[in-house]
Design a protein around this ligand. Sequence first.
Ligand SMILES: C=C(O[C@@H]1C=C(C(=O)O)C=C[C@H]1O)C(=O)O
Length: 359
Amino acid sequence: MKNKNFRTWLDAMELSHPLVIAGPCSAESEEQVLEIAHELKNTDATVFRAGVWKPRTRPGSFEGNGAIALPWLKKVKEQTGLLTAIEIANAHHAKLALEFDIDVLWIGARTTVNPFAVQEIADAIQDTDKIVLVKNPINPDLDLWIGAIERLHKKGVKNLGAIHRGFSSFRKSNYRNIPSWQIPIDLKSKYPTLPIINDPSHICGNRTGIFDVSQTALDLKMDGLIIETHCHPDKAWSDAKQQIKPERLVEIMNQLKVRKPRFEQEESLSKLNALRNEINAKDEQLLETLSERMQIVENIGKAKKESNVAVLQNARWNEILDKVLEKGETQGLSKIFIERIFKAIHQESIDHQERIING
Ligand SMILES: C=C(O[C@@H]1C=C(C(=O)O)C=C[C@H]1O)C(=O)O
């Protein structure tokens, strides 16, 4: 998979803007699907999405119309020229999607977590020319995400991509699924040509955040957006809060800024290089400081070993954390960042002292 060019299917679309996949969360009726599709046909949307089988957290809510919705999507394609996309979660769904000539199949977050289910799907769609997009697993596990893509690739699925829909978290957050942007960035570092589509609808869980999340996704060089779109969002049978009207989608697409991939002008390049050299010097200082700090920690570790004192000293640790949080704030550094950095430093200190005290 390493040197493969995954972009051929996307490049072949010859789009002058990011790929847009839009449509309702669920295919509710033939009329609903066609009404939305006709609204979308003259927008930036290339692909019409609609959930046919809906994986719901608890039974009792609308679980999708199932296979009877597939001919509706065929009509969408015939009447509007839009490509069609549905979620598949098992081999049965996969076979029906191929039978009804659905163009884009996506594997949902709740399926990506399950290697058995992914393998079953990969076997069912072996060697397909259809576009297959793999949503990130619900938990922030890059290997599980890559593993699902690899299973499909091994079975000859050529036209692959990823969807970043954010991650479940127990942490209180303004997002329905926290984006943890570093994870799709890691995916991009590993497979630079693999198209990544952002799903602001599932990240936000509401309409208001969709523009900002979409803009961040484009700023991070993501290749497209999948946005839940419904003509009467408040009346939607599922995910009503996060669906937007087609006219809002058009507005969002008009307002989003697509950045150049890199600096081009000589003058800005030399300015950039000078600044990057400054960063390099700072990074060296940071590493030196961290290593010097760890030397001191190790000396404290030796003293703890001599006196048989516990590694963790909560009172001291809390004192440090309070101090750096307060100081960090005055220096324009966010609380969450300082907390993360210092917790990581503290963990490394503990690891070093554990080695000393038990070594
Ligand atoms: C360095 C010590 O050991 C641990 C590591 C700390 C740190 O990295 O600053 C603080 C408290 C301890 O939990 C210490 O006891 O001072």
